[in-house]
Each structure stands twice: as structure tokens, then as C-alpha cells.
Design a protein around this ligand. Structure first.
Ligand code: NAP
Length: 296
């Protein structure tokens, strides 16, 4: 499908600005709001009245996350804070609104204005695509922080979900000695089939002393004071889990353990790739919603 869409992109970081360029390149009409601190190429319409722009739009694309405080639009490239409620009020009811990491509170607020927002971060394909820059970013951090090569390093990846699977494969390709923690028999079998070592996550405490690098992907605070106290002094712990994270940071500090809590890596290490991924997902959502769509 190659139809021309009219799209409003509001708020966000470099991922959204790259997204605007990609959408323009695909032939869509793009209006931007709340991104004043970025200079856009010719062809992108910078608007100050989002309500007017939305009237003619096929869809409104809000950032990921849509807000940091449940109240204002996430707008690091904006000149002023913008109330999300004012934006919801300005968008005509029934309009297709896409946004990332929607809280229940914000969803309810949009619903009150007759808008059913779609959270594109809930899409499995985006989570899988985001795992790639996240894992590359984590390896980049490890390379920068460690005085030794990844090759031959004893690495523990805790968790064998999307991130765990992706990063263990990449580390193994760099000839690290990789062990992955999991808790399901099917994951043990899958890890075995890939030639990776594995442990049961329940055995974390007894296993951690043997590793030089630990990458945590489990979104639960399993790195307690007790577990952390077993880590080698020189072990680097990179936590990829979203808030509230997987590590007791206070205990790590007390114990002198180096922890890097590396959040939002896709946008930091590869904003263009991230924007490509968001674009793909947005096209998928629009296609499924019966909307017209550009080349994905
Ligand atoms: P996922 O596919 O759901 O994988 C999570 C893994 O953690 C699974 O192996 C799961 O085991 C395990 N797990 C969850 N709770 C556990 C517990 N209480 N005890 C033991 N194991 C547990 O998630 P993901 O996509 O890999 O993402 C992992 C985390 O990274 C999330 O917090 C996500 O938001 C975050 N993230 C961060 C970045 C970044 O830039 N830092 C980027 C993307 C995602 P089961 O499968 O057995 O349940």
C-alpha cells in the first residue's frame, strides 16, 4: 500500500524527529508539534495549534513514553511543557492516536475525550526490534567499562526473554563464555539447543561468584544484598530492567559493586534504527485498523 497519509507527530526525542523524516520520505504529509528545539527539513510542517493540525490528520503519533509524569507530554525537544489533557481535548474524538508506554491514568483521560489510544510499545514486534539496539548498547557499555575483551569473558545473562535471548546470542558470537539464567524447562531446552550454558534463576546466588560480567534483564529485584555480596569485586553488573530495576542499588553501593543501570538504550544508541522500528509498527497498526498505509 502506498497511500499518502496526513500525520501529526507530537513531542518526543530524536526517535520522533527521525520518524518524521522517514514518514516524509515515504511520501506522507507530516506536521510536528512540541519539537521546537529541532530543525526540520523543508516539507515538514511545524504547527503551534495541534487541534487544527489534527482535524485533517489520519493519525496522531505521540512519543514513547508518552509522558514521564502522567500529566505532561514527554517533550525533551519542546520549548515548554504541554499538558496532555489539553492535547487530548484538542484532538477530535474518534481520531487514531498512537503512543508508547501508556499508563492506565493517561488511557482513562484520553477515553474521557472520546479517543481510544493505541499503545505501540505493547506490540511484540516492537519489543523484539528494540531488543537489537538495547543489546548492542549493553555490549558497547561492557566494552567501554571493562579492561578486558569480551572474547573469553565469563558472562551471566539473567533472564531468557527477548533481551536475554538476543544478548546471549550476540555475546556468544563474540566468543564470550555465556551462561543464561532461566526458570522454564522449555527455556533450558532452547538454550541447550543453541549450545549455551544455563542455570536456574533460583540458583542465582550460588552461581554469581564465577562471572566477570553480569547482564540482568529480569524485571524483578533479584539482585538483593545477599546475592550482590557474592559477586567478585571486579565484576561489572549491567542492569537493563526497566524501573524499578533488578538491582538493590543501595546495597550495591555499600558493597562497592559497580552497577550500570542502562535504561532507554534504543533511543540513545540507535535513534534512527529505533525510528525505523516505530515506523514499521505504526504502519502495522494503521493497516490493521483499516487505515491507508505507506511502504513499511
Ligand atoms: P521478557 O521477554 O518478558 O523477559 C523477561 C525475562 O525475565 C524472562 O526470562 C522471564 O522469565 C524473567 N523473569 C521475569 N520475572 C522473573 C522473576 N520474578 N524471577 C525469575 N525470572 C523472571 O522481557 P524483555 O523484553 O526481555 O525485557 C526485559 C526488561 O528489559 C523489561 O523490564 C523491559 O522493560 C526492559 N527493557 C529495557 C531496555 C533498555 O533500554 N534498558 C530496552 C528494552 C526493554 P519467564 O519467561 O519464565 O517469565
Amino acid at each position: 500500500m502506498n497511500a499518502t497519509l496526513s500525520l501529526v507527530v507530537a513531542g518526543g526525542d530524536l526517535r520522533q524527529t527521525h520518524l518524521c523524516r522517514l514518514l516524509l520520505k515515504d511520501g506522507h504529509k507530516v506536521s510536528v508539534f512540541g519539537l521546537e528545539r529541532h530543525t526540520f527539513p523543508r516539507g515538514i510542517d511545524v504547527v503551534t495549534n495541534i487541534g487544527e493540525a489534527c482535524k485533517k490528520a489520519d493519525a496522531v503519533i505521540l512519543p514513547m513514553p508518552v509522558t514521564q509524569d502522567d500529566s505532561t507530554l514527554n517533550g525533551p525537544l519542546s520549548n515548554a511543557p504541554r499538558k496532555l489533557e489539553a492535547i487530548a481535548q484538542a484532538i477530535p474524538p474518534g481520531k487514531m492516536v498512537l503512543c508508547g508506554a501508556l499508563s492506565e491514568k493517561v488511557r482513562t483521560m484520553f477515553l474521557a475525550y472520546g479517543i481510544t489510544p493505541v499503545d505501540y510499545l505493547n506490540r511484540e514486534e516492537l519489543a523484539l526490534l528494540n531488543a537489537i539496539p538495547t543489546c548492542e548498547g549493553a555490549i558497547q557499555i561492557a566494552m567501554e567499562e571493562l579492561p578486558v575483551t569480551i572474547h573469553g569473558l565469563n558472562v551471566l545473562v539473567s533472564g531468557s526473554g527477548r533481551l536475554g535471548k538476543c544478548i546471549s546470542q550476540k555475546l556468544a558470537a563474540l566468543c564470550a563464555d555465556v551462561t543464561v539464567s532461566a526458570r522454564k524447562e522449555k527455556d533450558f531446552a532452547l538454550l541447550y539447543s543453541k549450545g549455551l550454558k544455563y542455570i536456574d534463576t533460583a540458583q542465582l546466588e550460588s552461581a554469581v561468584p564465577q562471572f566477570d560480567l553480569i547482564i540482568n534483564t529480569i524485571p524483578s529485584k533479584l539482585y538483593t544484598r545477599s546475592v550482590l555480596s557474592k559477586l567478585r569485586e571486579e565484576c561489572l553488573l549491567i542492569d537493563l530492567a526497566s524501573k524499578p530495576g533488578g538491582v538493590d542499588l543501595k546495597s550495591a553501593q555499600d558493597l562497592g559493586i559497580k552497577v550500570i543501570w542502562a535504561l532507554s538504550l534504543p533511543g540513545k544508541v540507535a535513534p534512527v534504527t529505533s525510528a525505523e522500528a516505530i515506523k514499521k509498527v505504526i504502519y502495522n497498526v494503521l493497516k490493521e485498523g483499516g487505515g491507508k498505509c505507506g511502504k513499511a
